[in-house]
Design a protein around this ligand. Structure first.
Ligand code: HEM
Length: 432
């Protein structure tokens, strides 16, 4: 899901082609102080982590997270213009106290990018009214009854594509990205949309949600993608009005909410439901290549792939940070934070906190403590977590090893991973 609002923008890569064309908020280095209601560091009375560098986070955020947890788990970070929270206990506290930590953050670019305020930027009853509409189709029972078969059929399509591409193919481009996009197209009921278009829209909306510099080209891309989403909705809405189905769009349409909210929440799902399952697919294959003992364990009983999925979300969290704004002053890990502060809960850091996980720097799908914050927690916890677990953990990754028992990453070409607020492989060549 999209969670960042205040980082600036640089060019990045198309999730399908790896060509420079889209922007991602985490690559930012020049956030707009004017966007933030937080006082400057000196008045916050918090430790100032002026050594935190966005470029270093992008390359590999984990050494920075470790130092933060070690030195001070709550800090003011000038380069990001946020109070960052790095501990498991602190992040959990933030997520579990929506009365203090609001999702309705000031100056949310997401609302402009999406053309309306989606549920993730609402609190309390306003949030619950929209969230409760999509929940029924995303619960485990419905996933098993309705969606799992679609996920299997989509997986077969892209396994064929991978086989046709042959050893050396980029798992991200040929399999993980289009599969994630096609699964989401089905969940949304947007028949007729191509995975390539959906992924492009997703990247444009992610860029817009982080467009703190007001880059006109990014607003233009958001407008263009919104217009294309409108064309898809013009086809889908009359059909779904007449013939309601289990898709998220149908449920939103038949609930008592303005069309603007239907559209903002469809766009929310588009922006947040592609890159995370895509990244978990490639990260799982990379980690299982490094740990043949865990691969053998999972293959001996394919139910274990669900644990591989969850441990991958913990160990290589595709979303590194979720944002909040304090409504009242509060205390985290012994540090006082004033009302009106913009907060970054570093869930990827929380997921490596030794006070919560034994040997946290090791990938171990057999670990006993399984509760992590990779999907968030509390009332904004990821709506798509069971869909993603089924689509990737239970279907796609086991199917990859069934079709290609010798599948591994290419030792000569270990792939490219980057990002921190959103992190994952940009490319991952595989052989078999
Ligand atoms: C491995 C895959 C995924 C991961 C790691 C992930 C992670 C997250 C996280 C961390 C949040 C919480 C954001 C916050 O607290 O501010 C979130 C929210 C959300 N996710 Fe996901 N997500 C994944 C897949 C999906 C998919 C496939 C969908 C669409 C079906 C989806 C839809 C949503 C929605 C709608 C929200 C907002 C919920 C709300 O505000 O109540 N996610 N996700």
């Amino acid at each position: 899901m999209i969670t960042m609002e205040t980082s600036a923008i640089t060019e990045s890569r198309c999730p399908f082609t790896d060509r420079a064309s889209h922007a991602e908020p985490e690559e930012a280095t020049a956030p707009a102080a004017a966007e933030s209601s937080v006082p400057v560091g000196a008045t916050l009375n918090l430790p100032v982590a002026d050594w935190v560098e966005v470029e270093q986070l992008r390359v590999d955020p984990y050494p920075t997270y470790a130092r933060l947890r070690d030195e001070s788990p709550v800090v003011w970070v000038p380069s990001i213009k946020k109070v960052l929270v790095a501990s498991f206990a602190g992040c959990l506290f933030g997520e579990q106290h929506p009365d203090i930590f609001s999702n309705d953050v000031s100056g949310a670019h997401m609302t402009r990018a999406f053309g309306g305020q989606p549920m993730i930027r609402k609190d309390g009853a306003a949030h619950a009214a929209e969230r409760s509409v999509i929940n029924p189709t995303l619960r485990p029972k419905k996933i098993a009854q309705v969606w799992e078969q679609r996920f299997r059929s989509n997986t077969d399509t892209y396994l064929d594509a991978l086989e046709a591409a042959g050893p050396g193919a980029d798992l991200n481009e040929v399999f993980a990205a289009p599969l994630a996009a096609k699964n989401l197209i089905d969940l949304l009921g947007l028949t007729g949309v191509s995975p390539t278009d959906l992924a492009r829209w997703s990247a444009d909306f992610i860029a817009g949600a982080g467009n703190v510099l007001g880059n006109e080209d990014i607003w233009l891309r958001c407008r263009r993608s919104r217009a294309e989403v409108d064309v898809a909705l013009d086809e889908a809405l009359p059909r779904l009005r007449k013939h309601p189905d289990d898709s998220m769009t149908s449920l939103l349409l038949h609930a008592d909410m303005p069309l603007e909210s239907v559209r903002a929440n469809v766009i929310l799902a588009i922006s947040g439901g592609v890159s995370e399952p895509q990244h978990i697919t490639t990260s799982s294959v990379s980690l299982l290549t490094q740990h043949p003992e865990h691969l053998a364990w999972a293959r001996a009983d394919p139910k274990n792939f669900a644990h591989v999925f969850q441990e991958t979300v913990r160990f290589q969290s595709p979303i590194g940070m979720v944002t909040r704004e304090t409504k009242t002053s509060t205390e985290i890990d012994g540090f006082q934070i004033p009302a009106g502060s913009q907060i970054g809960l570093l869930v990827a850091s929380a997921n490596r906190d030794a006070s919560n996980f034994e040997d946290p720097e090791h990938f171990n799908p057999r670990r006993s403590e399984r509760r992590h914050l990779g999907f968030g927690s509390g009332n904004h916890m990821c709506a798509g977590k069971w869909a993603a677990e089924t689509a990737i953990g239970n279907v796609a990754v086991p199917a990859l090893y069934e079709r290609f028992p010798q599948l591994s990453t290419d030792p000569a070409n270990p792939g490219i991973k980057d990002g921190w607020a959103f992190r994952g492989f940009k490319s991952l060549p595989v052989i078999w």
